[in-house]
Design a protein around this ligand. Sequence first.
Ligand SMILES: NC(=O)c1ccc[n+]([C@@H]2O[C@H](COP(=O)([O-])OP(=O)(O)OC[C@H]3O[C@@H](n4cnc5c(N)ncnc54)[C@H](OP(=O)(O)O)[C@@H]3O)[C@@H](O)[C@H]2O)c1
Length: 345
Amino acid sequence: MKGVFLDRYGESLDNLSYKTDIPVYNPQKSQVLIKVKSTSINPLDNVMRKGYAQSIVDLKLKLPYILGRECSGEIVRMGDDVWDFEVGDQVWSATAPFSNGSHCEYVLVNESEISKKPKNLSYQEAASIPFTSLTAWNAIFNVSATVTPEKRVLVNGGNGGVGFFIINLLKKHLGVHHVTATCRPQHFEKLKLIAGADQTIDYNEASLLGKTDTQLYDIVFNCVDGGEAMEFKCVEVLKNGGNLIGFNGPMVRYSDKDGILQGLTMGVMESNKVSEKIKQKFNKSIKVDYTLFTPSGETLKEISKLYENKILLPNIDKQFHLSDIKSAYQCFESSSSNGKVIINI
Ligand SMILES: NC(=O)c1ccc[n+]([C@@H]2O[C@H](COP(=O)([O-])OP(=O)(O)OC[C@H]3O[C@@H](n4cnc5c(N)ncnc54)[C@H](OP(=O)(O)O)[C@@H]3O)[C@@H](O)[C@H]2O)c1
């Protein structure tokens, strides 16, 4: 099959090589083989190719391997224990980085990581959603913050895959009265009209408070990998007792350095330290949660209904063919796409 191998870790895009003779594996037990129609690039792919989470990934996967955490396509073969799907089903999926990914023609995934794709979305649109939407779903429903319509919410990094989904879900599905989003000024219109944001702020502004509506927020979703400085910028605009929800917690960093068990413990300790540091610096009590992507076909099924009922909308822009993978990554790194970067097979 056609596919793109990551041959070695590093900055160079020459480490990605397009091949046409990669073997196709047969699905075992509860696995399905998907003929990939479209896939995408996520920040995780871009940092994994440079060596992020290497020691965790190495436990299951050896170089050369295939990146790509989400896709849409058609089931072409199934293991003997798959009962809920049929060959020919049009599906979407997002997988954890412990197996070869979807930057290729055929990908093996567990039945538990797929659902039927929304009927009204193209393969390209569908490939842009599973990984980020599952991450966002966890951040909204599985943390200590309870999102209710009265809560004032800020989504920092609103034009990214995770941020756009959060704004859209909060406004169109959960009926949150006020959501502010940060992005570049050229995306203001889109985030208001399509995602549904009430207020937009240029992320280069010194403060993340609105110019007209200057009240503090109850919850900030920080979808930007900007380190402590960015977290503090978010805390400045949170009410005392508010919640900061981040996506770049210390767990993976520590697990990569010290092994999974010790890393998870260190990660939890570090998260607690962040709350303490905030208390001292800002004299505010802020609950900090870091969330992680979790694969789930069941949740994807729920999300699929929200797209089919036109409650949520996709956010894609530039598209590339798999053989032009280096241009796709260049586009991703330069932030020159006005939505998710899609790769067609
Ligand atoms: N822990 C997990 O399991 C997990 C899973 C998924 C994602 N993540 C992390 O979550 C974050 C969001 O993911 P994503 O897929 O949404 O990434 P993304 O699509 O790359 O979006 C990031 C967004 O942040 C914006 N941005 C860049 N610099 C900014 C700044 N200084 N202030 C405000 N916004 C800024 C970008 O805007 P421009 O492009 O316009 O500059 C972009 O829209 C990433 O850091 C990713 O690594 C973690």
